[in-house]
Design a protein around this ligand. Structure first.
Ligand SMILES: Nc1nc2c(ncn2[C@@H]2O[C@H](COP(=O)(O)OP(=O)(O)O)[C@@H](O)[C@H]2O)c(=O)[nH]1
Ligand SMILES: [Mg+2]
Length: 199
């Protein structure tokens, strides 16, 4: 399997800027700096998403069209948990994310990214409770696994299992840097799209 052919379709700062919901969508969300842009770029095989050393920069939702036998979209949601954003800006951004996740009829699944070194932090858990309450399926994906040695990964994951979380299937372990788990995540997403009803 090779990288997907993808292109940026739309950037939305407001719900009325969302493109028509004509294609199945997979949304990516996580705390700022979790490695979301790096992962999206690894999946798409192109630097379409902006990688930043400064967390909390992106406040728009970006829609990427993936060319495929069954076309679908990857949706890059703004990172959460960045405290120093001003309150008004934070409220706008929360409304934007929530209106997308709660109302988007073409949304199949959201992929929640969590840094493998930290596990689920308080705002990750709040998001899990909220998505669970609105009935949105969530797949957990742990990022930056290259920062933990192979030998330790199993016990780290077991500790997170013990602490508890919601995930559609067993969490996937990925690294956008050394490409661990990228092919598995691609197949997982293609499987979700293949199982979905035609729109
Ligand atoms: N070691 C390691 N660093 C990563 C990985 N993914 C991202 N980073 C670094 O983490 C920082 C934030 O990455 P970015 O993709 O912009 O995160 P985002 O804010 O979630 O979009 C950057 O300095 C990246 O180089 C990874 O898989 N492994
Ligand atoms: Mg980013």
């Amino acid at each position: 399997m090779s990288a997907w052919q993808a292109e940026l379709l739309a950037t939305a700062f407001l719900p009325d800027q969302f493109p028509d919901a004509t294609v199945p969508e997979i949304a990516f969300l996580g705390r700022s700096n979790v490695g979301k842009s790096t992962l999206l770029n690894a999946l798409m095989g192109r630097r379409l998403a902006h990688v930043s050393g400064t967390p909390g920069k992106t406040s728009s939702i970006n829609f990427f069209d993936v060319r495929h036998a069954r076309p679908f979209r990857l949706v890059d949601l703004p990172g959460y948990g960045f405290a120093s954003r001003c309150q008004k800006e934070r409220a706008r951004w929360q409304k934007l994310i929530e209106s997308y996740l709660a109302d988007r009829e073409s949304l199949l699944l959201s992929i929640q990214l969590v840094d493998f070194r930290h596990g689920l932090l308080e705002n990750d858990r709040h998001l899990q409770e909220w998505t669970n309450r609105i009935g949105l399926p969530v797949q957990l994906v742990f990022t930056k696994v290259d920062k933990i040695s192979r030998g330790r990964r199993k016990s780290v994951l077991a500790a997170y299992h013990k602490a508890g979380f919601f995930s559609l299937t067993e969490p996937l372990l990925v690294s956008g840097t050394d490409r661990t788990g990228i092919e598995e995540l691609r197949s997982f997403i293609e499987g979700i799209v293949a199982e979905s009803r035609p729109q």
